[in-house]
Design a protein around this ligand. Structure first.
Ligand code: SAH
Length: 338
């Protein structure tokens, strides 16, 4: 049996047509699911009884559960239990411009970034589209408010779960679905080149963020094993092509690791690597984890790095920090109950 929240509107249309029904039933079901937020097919009162029954034979609805919730000021972290006993996390953040949620895309992660806690558990499996959709629905139900933006930056590498992540985006972006504007949806990737190329062919105005974290390939290989498969010297031209094709500005994420990638030379090298590209660099203060060999760069060092990039004509911001007291910050999410 499939979960109804994994179905895009076109998939449901096909389902209805195949079952000798009118296509517009898909729209009605979408309204029940995402506008009225019903919890059962029985509540879909403009759908005839036999069809309600057929739907409940063919589909199930909720399957993930909120196991635990922690709060820290403007941040809430949710631990979800999946139908098979696995765990994932999502983080809700309150910004001045509205609520945003950071969702997970996999149970565990295989990318092996040396400084990240989420990869401690190797990938167990991909999340289905519904498991990503439900992270949003359950959090919205919990807070009784609508979320304005979604970042796919939780546990997992979204481009390593490409098809499900695309379905997820299309469902939440659908004006009759959760209706989150494409410009309010961000995918963050450690740089899977063929998938970035594939993404550039999608007709979606979403945001792309690249976890670069180093200004040259030698240093990147030391902290991100993915660089051995997809080298920085190939990644940068791929990002250039992506920008050309989509006309969208790309975010370059750069985590500031004390004594590793945070000196003046690193900043200059990064500036020359990115020169002329339509990107902005987001400097991320490192959140300390159980990877004790990595420490957070000092405020002063981060400011110097920022100033150097600025002077060299690179757009740069420093990521606002959320939730480190409840281990809800970047790189701290886990696929286990603790
Ligand atoms: N796999 C995706 C998305 C998940 S991580 C990716 O690599 O982009 C989201 C961001 O947090 C990435 O840029 C990641 O490198 C960064 N990150 C990982 N561990 C971190 C930590 N301990 N402190 C700060 N940022 C971290």
């Amino acid at each position: 049996m499939e979960n109804i929240y994994s179905y895009k509107r076109v998939d449901l249309e096909k389902y209805f047509v195949c079952n000798g029904e009118k296509k517009f039933k898909a729209l009605q079901v979408f309204e029940w699911l995402y506008d009225k937020r019903v919890k059962s097919f029985k509540e879909m009162s403009n759908i005839k009884k036999e069809l309600q029954e057929k739907l409940s034979e063919d589909f199930n609805m909720f399957m993930i559960k909120i196991q635990k919730k922690q709060e820290d000021g403007l941040t809430k972290k949710y631990l979800f239990k999946l139908y098979d006993g696995n765990y994932i996390e999502a983080v809700l953040m309150e910004h001045d411009y509205g609520l945003s949620i950071c969702v997970s895309s996999q149970v565990g992660c295989n990318m092996g970034c040396k400084f990240c806690e989420s990869g401690r558990l190797k990938k167990v499996r991909n999340l289905e589209a519904y498991e990503m959709v439900e992270q949003i629905l359950l959090v919205e139900a919990d807070i009784k408010k609508r979320i304005a933006s979604v970042v796919i930056m939780g546990i997992g590498e979204p481009l390593d779960n490409y098809d499900n992540v695309m379905d997820f985006i299309k469902i939440i972006n659908d004006a009759k679905g959760i209706a989150i504007g494409a410009r309010h949806i961000t995918i963050s990737t450690c740089g899977l080149i063929p998938k970035i190329e594939e993404l550039s062919e999608e007709d979606l105005q979403i945001n792309l963020a690249i976890s670069l974290h180093a200004p040259n390939t030698q240093l990147r290989s030391k902290i991100m094993p993915v660089n051995n498969a997809y080298d920085l010297n190939d990644l940068i031209p791929t990002v250039k092509k992506y920008i050309e094709k989509t006309n969208r500005r790309v975010t370059i994420e750069y985590v500031m690791l004390d004594g590793v990638n945070d000196n003046e030379t690193n900043a200059r090298e990064l500036a020359s690597l990115l020169k002329g590209m339509n990107v902005y660099v987001n400097l991320i203060p490192y959140n300390e984890t159980n990877h004790l060999e990595y420490k957070r760069a000092s405020k002063d060092t981060i400011m110097k790095f920022y100033d150097t990039l600025k002077k060299l004509g690179i757009n740069v911001t420093i990521r606002k920090e959320f939730g480190s007291n409840i281990d809800a910050a970047c790189g701290q999410l886990r696929s286990k109950e603790v």
